[in-house]
Design a protein around this ligand. Sequence first.
Ligand SMILES: [Zn+2]
Length: 256
Amino acid sequence: MLRDTHAHLDDAQFNQDVPGVIDRAKAAGMDFILDPGCDEATSAQAVALSEHWDIVYAAVGFHPSDCEAFDPDRHLPMLTRWCQKPKTLAIGEIGLDYHYDDGAPKALQQKVFATQMELAGNLGLPVIIHDRDAHGDSLAMVQAHLNRETSGVFHSYSGSVETARQIFDLGMMIAIGGPLTFKNARKTPDVVAYAPLDRLLIETDSPYMAPVPRRGQRNEPSFVRLVAEKMAAIKKLDVETVIEATAANAQRLFQF
Ligand SMILES: [Zn+2]
């Protein structure tokens, strides 16, 4: 079963044709699409989509770029309520994003990240981590706050082999998406070659990051097969082996 562990079906780019996207995903053999929220509105939409579509599941949380809107008094009870729904499987996406000079203050990002990681630990749920240009701090935060029993994933992993090794030492996984297929991909193919097959997930990050030969188009979950094909080529495995292994990993991590 082909599974997409990260797709923003709540994004406005899908407003007109979620049914078509779901149809194409099912035709491609998919039984699982995980939609992570980034703030209050998108988390609510992810939960609603998961309640409407059989193959859609939700995660809820505040992305580092949206951390200034996080109000613990309002949002901790809200996140907790959403997590009691049977198809809400994780807290995410949460993490650190140091890419933009005018981004949210690092100290606030770290505080909101830590608060949500502790919530996930208390609720017994895994975490979906967004780490952009913040590999050292993200790893340190995870080392300090991760519930190792419920674990988590670094999504759209863009770090080094050495950081991946430390992530695996924590019992976590990494998820790989469209950038693996880009001509200018440098570190990520080495990471994929190095990573044990039982620690890899595949994702699209739809509507962004469409894999080659769809690069530049709107991405959608059925395109995740292109990521599996590239991963298989790098690891010298057949694509069905990669699809089945990554599907089993998704089930093990997200417990659906
Ligand atoms: Zn995302």
